[in-house]
Design a binder for this molecule. Structure first.
Ligand code: GDP
Length: 361
């Protein structure tokens, strides 16, 4: 007799389950479908809340899934985890490629773990959505940290728009917090729009810089400096140490020229050597001070509230956009308009007349 296939949870699937007698494509498809359905939000949430890392990984895969069937389960999972989230410190780290982000996160993460924290590292990598390859994923990164039982490192979801990756990262934060991670580090390459996305989901934003503030300062986008709660000049070692100290003074001067932040926090500067593990604890002290100051003056909670509102609006906007482009009438009309554009028979702006949504569509 054929053993009954357990359908409640794929996590509990045992070795040695006998094969079904029929192996037609049809039956294979049916089995595949069954397996997919086995990703049950209940079971995953249960295991995530117990701190099970495999379940956390699977949960993130579920929220990242583009499969429409997974959407409901993913939403259910987020809802179940939400009451247990919100209890961490979320830190955004940005800087140009090569500034030392992974080396820094390795040193910083290990310091936090030595202090008894559980550290999750998530990445938002805009390059992965453009080139389908990932700057962040190319390297063997954070080799030590990755081995720590209290660390969880997850590269960015690839092949998505920045908006898509950002939303999924935000949901992943919730799952990591539910799994008991109390420090969430969101890393991004400081080359595009991703800093704004990261800024909209973290409590503290750290900009890593190299020396040579004077001239190079011109090249750094003003907006990124404005967002930073602290600027750390990395690679402050060897011959570079003196220049790093000068750069720090320059940055201090620059930061004082910026308008006061609504957090009442005056952004700090620091020098560090991620490679030599120097100055890392001072940066943790700055972050702790920030948390203390902003918790006391109410900004910490206010900012999280504002971020939640922002994400609510983003979610609605996304939903409206998806619904709109999925309408059969719009799909047909859009195709027609695209062809007309190619023939120079219309303008991109004239399309508005044809595609403006009507409630009767
Ligand atoms: P990322 O691209 O920003 O993640 O940068 P990486 O962490 O991969 O570092 C780029 C290069 O800089 C590597 O060769 C690191 O060893 C080196 N590096 C990182 N931090 C430091 C540091 O504090 N001092 C020195 N001298 N080199 C560093």
């Amino acid at each position: 007799m054929t053993k009954k296939i357990k359908t409640s949870s794929a996590l509990k699937e045992q070795k040695g389950i006998s094969q079904p007698e029929m192996t037609s494509q049809d039956s294979i498809d049916r089995i595949k479908k069954k397996r997919t359905n086995q990703i049950s939000a209940d079971a995953l949430a249960h295991d995530i809340l117990k701190g099970n890392i495999t379940a956390l990984s699977r949960g993130i895969t579920l929220v990242e899934s583009k499969n429409k069937d997974h959407l409901n389960e993913a939403n259910a999972l987020i809802m179940k985890c939400l009451p247990y989230a919100n209890k961490s410190i979320r830190i955004g780290i940005t800087g140009v490629p090569g500034v030392g982000k992974s080396t820094f996160i390795e040193a910083f993460g290990n310091l936090l773990i030595s202090l008894g924290k559980k550290v999750a590292v998530l990445a938002i990598d805009p390059s992965s959505s453009l080139s389908k390859g990932s700057i962040l994923g190319d390297k063997t990164r954070m080799e030590d940290l990755v081995k720590q039982p209290n660390a969880f490192i997850r590269p960015s979801a690839s092949g998505e728009t920045l908006g898509g990756v950002a939303r999924k990262t935000r949901e992943s934060i919730i799952l990591c917090e539910a799994a008991g991670f109390d420090i969430i580090i969101i890393e991004t390459v400081g080359v595009g729009q991703s800093e704004t996305a990261v800024h909209s989901m973290v409590d503290f934003f750290l900009l890593l810089q190299l020396t040579g503030a004077g001239d190079e300062l011109q090249g750094i986008k003003r907006g990124i400096i404005e967002m930073a709660d602290a600027i750390a000049i990395n690679k402050a070692d060897g011959d570079n140490l003196k220049r790093a100290k000068i750069a720090k003074i320059e940055f201090d001067r620059t930061l004082h020229l910026y308008p006061e932040k609504s957090s009442n926090w005056q952004p700090k500067t620091a020098i560090c050597s991620a490679l030599n593990n120097e100055g890392i604890d001072a940066i943790w002290k700055i972050i702790q001070e920030y948390i203390q100051v902003t918790t006391k003056n109410g900004f910490f909670n206010k900012k999280r509230n504002e971020q939640n509102k922002f994400w609510l609006i983003q979610t609605i906007e996304n939903q409206i956009k998806t619904d709109f482009f999925n309408r059969s009438k719009i799909k047909k009309e859009l195709q027609k308009q695209l062809e007309l554009i190619e023939l120079n028979k219309t303008t991109p702006f004239a399309c508005l007349l044809y595609t403006s949504p009507s409630p009767r569509d």
